[in-house]
Design a protein around this ligand. Structure first.
Ligand code: HEC
Length: 232
């Protein structure tokens, strides 16, 4: 979660399953559905030793699955392993990235695992004060978790509220859109000076973080033969 409300991976799935803006379900109805599914009870038995399907087992299984989601075969990873070379624009973009972005989006996961205010003008309708909502510390107002940038080309729309559709829009924000406020990160007090070709090169670098082997890995796809609709 972008405000850091959840501390344990086993609990992470609970919010998207139950939040009304996401799957809007209840753990009880999920348990009911899985208990009446033709395949899940025997799978739970093979993993847990009994076919009982409980909320705890569902959440543990989901976090065990999430732990298998490792993306480590992007062009960036291949370059680090010496298997490929970056093109000229990618190299220049990487250099600019290290200069202006890497203090927060730190390699190799492209996050420093902290919270920051990167100068997004607050949305007056959403009134999302980020980390402040959790800690009630004024210094945490408008701080959000620094997200990873791995596979960023595919994970639009961008930012905690999805306000930007394209990487170009994100770049425009860092170049010209930074809003000054009491908690704006000191690094961004002076916005990065980037011209149009710097922007193109930075985006070329961000594309090297795309790992198509990971995205297309069928192990991570929904198993089609599991599709089962409950009819009441
Ligand atoms: C001071 C820390 C900081 C710096 C420096 C910084 N970022 Fe960010 N970045 C953030 C934070 C925090 C967010 C999430 C903000 C939010 O959603 O409210 C973010 C979000 C993003 C996103 C959207 C990610 C997503 O999944 O939606 C992209 C892309 C991005 N930054 C790229 C960059 C680039 C490129 C640079 C350098 C020009 C940069 N950032 C510099 C802190 C930083």
């Amino acid at each position: 979660m972008w405000d850091g409300a959840i501390h344990h991976l086993d609990l992470q799935a609970l919010a998207p399953l139950t939040h009304h803006a996401e799957m809007d379900s209840h753990l009880d109805s999920l348990i009911f559905k899985l208990r009446h599914h033709p395949k899940y009870p025997s799978l739970f038995e093979s993993v847990y030793g009994s076919s009982d399907i409980s909320g705890e087992r569902i959440l543990k299984s989901l976090s065990a699955f999430m732990l298998t989601l490792i993306s480590s075969d992007s062009k960036y990873d291949q370059m680090l392993r010496g298997e490929v070379n970056f093109s000229d624009p990618e190299k220049k973009g990487y250099h600019k990235f290290k200069q202006h972005c890497a203090s927060c989006h730190t390699e190799p996961l492209f996050t420093n695992h902290s919270f920051a205010n990167n100068g997004l003008p607050p949305d007056v309708l959403l009134q999302d004060s980020g980390r402040y909502k959790i800690t009630h510390q004024p210094l945490d107002a408008f701080l959000f978790k620094v997200p990873t940038l791995r596979n960023i080309a595919w994970s639009y729309p961008y930012m905690h509220d999805g306000r930007f559709k394209r990487l170009k829009d994100v770049m425009k924000h860092y170049r010209q859109g930074i809003a000054h406020s009491a908690t704006l990160d000191p690094i961004l007090q002076t916005p990065p000076v980037l011209n149009d070709s710097d922007q193109v090169e930075l985006i070329a670098f961000l594309h090297t973080l795309s790992d198509s082997n990971f995205i297309r890995n069928t192990q991570y796809h929904y198993p089609k033969d599991f599709f089962f609709k409950l009819i009441f």
